[in-house]
Design a protein around this ligand. Sequence first.
Ligand code: NAD
Length: 288
Amino acid sequence: MATATIIDGVSLANAVKDDLFRRVEVIGGRVSLDAVLIGDDQGSMLYAKNQAKACEKVGIEYTLHQLPETAPHVQVEELILRLNNDPKVTAIMVQMPLPKGVRADDIQSLIAPYKDVEGVNPANIGNIVFGRRSLVPCTALAVMEMIESTGIEIKGARAVCVGASTIVGKPVAVLLMQAQATVISTNEYTTNHDELTLGADILISAAGVPNLIRSKMVKTGAVVIDVGINRVEDEHGKKRTVGDVDFDGVKEVAGFITPVPGGVGPMTVAMLLRNTVQAAELNKLPRT
Ligand code: NAD
């Protein structure tokens, strides 16, 4: 039997970035992303460094606003309000995790929806449900782009979305519903996963559990999108990154599959850049 076609996140992301480079030129003025980092979490610092590089490549100006670990909630709020009110700032994102004492939900809700390029303000999530123009969470957008890249018809397809977090699983399920798929959303309490996933033309896993999706759970020819990012140790104690899907087994059954690394991750960064450019374009329109 033929093995699955690999959906290459790196080359898809590069194509998006080439297009963005042109869109930034068309906008003409300054396109920027203002990121907020509180504390010195190593993962967040590395993420910020990578964002700066990615922005530079497409002509987006990146500014990092750093506050100390001890910054009180009100100081973070003041910074967000200042960025919201600054007409030169068109895109805002806040690096997670936030230190104890800073309430992430409240901070995310405070970001002006039209500058919220990670789509974390509930207004943006709500707009997806209404099918209105909105800044959609980047990973959910990446998943949709990767499904669409296969050319399969989403309308009428059966989709199973494993994992239902607010920032990944739920928006993916809603976007698939908007695209007229028949959608099942599962979570850690779902009892009959194998039965449900076996019926899926499109299977997305965003649970954060290595080896959760095995070949016997996958329909022949299905599109399998692996959102999971898990650090595991091999038998020699060497650390590596894997997804939720048993890639070697599932690629023998699926029609299309995303690898980890090199799948949803790079596309998520590309979608952050695309949302940033979209926010700059929206900012040029009159707001009512
Ligand atoms: P989360 O912990 O907020 O949510 C996990 C969801 O999976 C929950 O709904 C939970 O009920 C469900 N779940 C947990 N164990 C399960 C099981 N055994 N079976 C079925 N469902 C189960 O996580 P998240 O923030 O949505 O992230 C999920 C994964 O995606 C993580 O590995 C994370 O690192 C990764 N992630 C990747 C990207 C990317 O750019 N590739 C972006 C965001 C998150």
